[in-house]
Design a protein around this ligand. Structure first.
Ligand code: TYM
Length: 338
């Protein structure tokens, strides 16, 4: 087989299950904004993924709009990128079925995120939660995406996507799907929980104090950083001193990501600083970067119909790419079409 060259194309997605967090922004959206100027980019609010766990129907619609508003307010430009919600492009679910027949049970059983989410009660988890990574592979490969910018927690899913693409190409003796690259870089690929540096910051964590929400006001942001757990030692003189200090490292990485610099540069600016100095500086920085985004989100959310129109227009553009790929997949697999 001669390997075809695939046009560079970015795909990434975010679940509308709960509000947007600083982890989503720094680990994903902020970098998507940069990438949209470098490559053709497709960004998706993955509502079909959200319903793998129970979602209140009215909240799901509003959650979808909130994520879209967050992406737009952060700088995703619908004139440059395709922005839509997954369920408006039925080809995602159709390709996912094909991939359910390609992916092996053994592969799915290794997915750590399923184990984390299903917890000790896996018998009660939905079949959708188990098959989730296969739908994610469909999201990516439906557009022949070559680059998938994500946070560290999605790495295993992108690797599974590569396995599914390879097996499909091998089984059908065609180099049809690209072997996608995860793009996991920058200082904040894993933003941690503010109350427990061993867990990632997530939308669904128990306490609101453990995360920064993109819609938090300035006082709340300041309070959360002030109360963020740390060890008693001041900041070190060099980044090596952050080793084994998960909470301290997390706050330095957040600072670095918000100010578009590196942890080394942050430590160089605050060598040996105490938390009484660093935490307020971090809070001020976060408010200065996040307030314009949350103000714009609130403005956009005042006109939900406009967000709905933007997503519907994006879905049309997405379908124009997705439908021919699905058609060809059906042909390759041997599914008869009129
Ligand atoms: P989701 O909705 O959990 O998160 C969306 C994006 O935010 C990143 N992220 C983080 N990055 C750094 N630190 C954190 N604490 C943090 N929390 C979240 C995630 O890594 C992700 O990039 N399965 C995906 C959604 C998805 C997808 C896709 C992604 C569905 N199909 C296809 C890429 C391509 C998810 O649940 O992301």
């Amino acid at each position: 087989m001669t390997a075809p060259t695939f046009t560079p194309r970015v795909f990434s997605g975010i679940k509308p299950s709960g509000g947007l967090t600083l982890g989503n922004y720094l680990g994903a959206i902020k970098r998507w904004v940069d990438m949209q100027s470098e490559m053709e980019s497709i960004y998706c609010v993955v509502d079909l993924h959200a319903i793998t766990v129970w979602q209140d129907p009215a909240e799901l619609k509003n959650g979808t709009r909130e994520i879209a508003a967050g992406m737009l307010a952060s700088g995703i430009d619908p004139a440059k990128s395709i922005l839509f919600n997954q369920s408006q492009v039925p080809e995602h679910a159709q390709l996912a079925w094909i991939f359910n027949c390609v992916a092996r049970l053994g592969w799915m059983n290794r997915m750590t995120q399923f184990k984390d989410k299903a917890g000790s009660n896996a018998e009660k988890a939905s079949l959708g939660l188990y098959a989730y990574p296969s739908l994610m592979a469909a999201d990516i490969l439906l557009y022949h995406a070559t680059h998938v910018p994500v946070g560290e927690d999605q790495k295993q899913h992108v690797e599974l996507t590569r396995d599914i693409a390879s097996k499909f190409n091998h089984d059908f003796k065609r180099d049809f799907f690209p072997i996608t690259e995860p793009v996991i870089d920058g200082p904040a690929t894993r933003v941690m929980n503010l109350r427990d540096g061993s867990k990632k910051m997530s939308k669904s964590g128990e306490s609101d104090m453990e995360r920064i929400n993109m819609l938090d006001d300035a006082d709340t942001i300041a309070k959360k950083f002030k109360k963020a757990k740390t060890d008693p030692a001041p900041l070190p003189e060099t980044v090596d001193g952050l080793k084994d200090r998960a909470e301290a490292r997390n706050l330095v990485e957040i600072y670095a990501a918000l100010s578009d610099t590196t942890p080394e540069a942050v430590i160089a600016d605050y060598p040996g600083a105490g938390w009484g100095t660093f935490k307020p500086a971090l809070a001020d920085l976060a408010v200065s970067k996040l307030a314009p985004i949350s103000d714009e989100m609130k403005r956009l959310l005042n006109d939900p119909a406009e967000i709905d129109r933007t997503l519907a227009a994006g879905a049309q553009k997405a379908r124009a790419i997705a439908a021919p790929v699905l058609d060809e997949t059906y042909d390759i697999v041997g599914l008869l079409r009129g």
